[in-house]
Design a binder for this molecule. Structure first.
Ligand SMILES: Nc1ncnc2c1ncn2[C@@H]1O[C@H](COP(=O)(O)OP(=O)(O)OP(=O)(O)O)[C@@H](O)[C@H]1O
Length: 268
C-alpha cells in the first residue's frame, strides 16, 4: 500500500508551532502516504490536534513547510487552497455540530457552502451519508441536543463524508463513548476505508482503535519534557512494534502503565 516512490499526500517539513511564545511542536517532519491509516498517539497536550490542524491547513506553522501533494501550501492561491482543503474531511473531537441546525442541515452545510449542488442532489447525499454511518433518515430532523454522544460522532462523520473527501482526519473519535459504541466507530472507520479510496489520520488514546485501524503509528512526546536534540516524534511503526517497543516511554504509554511517568514525576 505504501510506496516510497509516491508523493506524500500530506507532509510536514521541519515544522514548529508555538502559541504566545509557548512552543508546542518543534522541528516536526512527517509524511502521510496515499491510502494509509496513520494513527497519532501521545499524552494529553503533546500537540496531536495541532499536528492534524497544521496538516489540514487550519493552522499555520510558526516555522517550516506544510506540503499538499508535494506543493508548499504557502504557494497556493486562496481559491486553490480552498479547493484542496475540501478534499480533507475533519471529524472534530466534540463533533462540533451547529446546535441551531438540525442533523440534515449540519450534514448539508459543507455542500451548501462550497458547491453549487441542487437541493435534490444534496438531499440524496445527506441521506446516503446517514445510511453510511448507520443512522436512519428520521434522525435528519433531530436537533444536536437530542442526540447521544455516539450519534453526535456519527453525524459528525456523516458531515465530514458529505464533501466526498479523499483524506479524513478523526480527532479522538471514540472519546467519551461506551466500549460498544467505540467499537461501532472503529468499524465505521474501517468501512469508510473499504467503501472508498481514502487516507485516514486518527488521533486517539484508545488502544483498541490503535490495534484495529492503524497501518502506522506515530507517537509525539511533549516538547517541555523532550531531551535536548531529540526528535519529538519518538516512535514510528506498526501497532505490534509499539506494543513491543524498547523505548519505555512508548511501551508504558501503549500498555497504560503509569510507573515510568510516576518515576519522572518523583524525579522532577
Ligand atoms: N489555538 C490555540 N491557542 C493557544 N494554545 C493552543 C491552541 N491550540 C492548541 N493549543 C495548545 O497547544 C497544546 C497542544 O494542544 P493539542 O490540542 O494539540 O494537544 P493534544 O495532544 O491533541 O491533547 P489531547 O490528547 O488532550 O486532546 C496545548 O497546550 C494547547 O493548550
Amino acid at each position: 500500500m505504501n510506496s516510497d516512490h509516491q508523493t506524500p499526500l500530506l507532509e510536514l517539513n521541519h515544522v514548529s508551532r508555538s502559541f504566545g511564545g509557548q512552543g508546542v511542536l518543534s522541528d516536526i517532519s512527517l509524511q502521510v502516504q496515499p491510502g494509509e491509516t496513520l494513527v497519532l498517539i501521545g499524552e494529553s497536550g503533546c500537540g496531536k490536534s495541532v499536528t492534524t490542524k497544521l496538516l489540514a491547513g487550519m493552522l499555520e506553522p510558526t516555522a517550516g513547510d506544510v506540503m499538499w501533494r508535494g506543493v508548499d501550501v504557502k504557494r497556493l492561491k486562496p481559491a486553490e487552497k480552498l479547493k484542496q482543503r475540501l478534499r480533507i474531511g475533519y471529524l472534530f473531537q466534540s463533533a462540533a455540530l451547529f446546535d441551531s441546525l438540525n442533523v440534515f442541515e449540519n450534514i448539508a452545510f459543507g455542500l451548501r457552502q462550497n458547491t453549487r449542488k441542487k437541493n435534490e442532489e444534496i438531499q440524496d447525499i445527506v441521506y446516503s451519508r446517514l445510511v453510511d454511518v448507520g443512522l436512519n433518515s428520521e434522525v435528519g430532523s433531530k436537533m444536536p441536543a437530542e442526540l447521544s454522544g455516539g450519534m453526535r460522532k456519527r453525524v459528525g462523520l456523516a458531515r465530514a463524508l458529505a464533501i466526498s473527501p479523499d483524506i479524513i482526519i478523526y480527532d479522538e473519535p471514540t472519546t467519551g463513548l461506551d466500549p460498544v459504541m467505540s467499537d461501532v466507530i472503529n468499524e465505521l472507520i474501517l468501512s469508510v476505508r473499504e467503501q472508498r479510496p481514502v487516507t485516514s489520520i486518527v488521533v486517539t488514546h484508545d488502544m483498541h482503535t490503535v490495534q484495529k485501524v492503524a497501518d502506522r503509528i506515530l507517537m509525539l512526546y511533549p516538547l517541555s519534557r523532550l531531551p535536548a536534540g531529540e526528535n519529538q516524534v519518538i516512535f514510528s511503526g506498526t501497532a505490534d512494534d509499539a506494543f513491543h517497543a524498547d523505548d519505555v516511554r512508548v511501551y508504558s504509554f501503549v500498555h497504560g502503565d503509569a510507573s515510568q511517568r510516576l518515576h519522572e514525576l518523583s524525579a522532577a
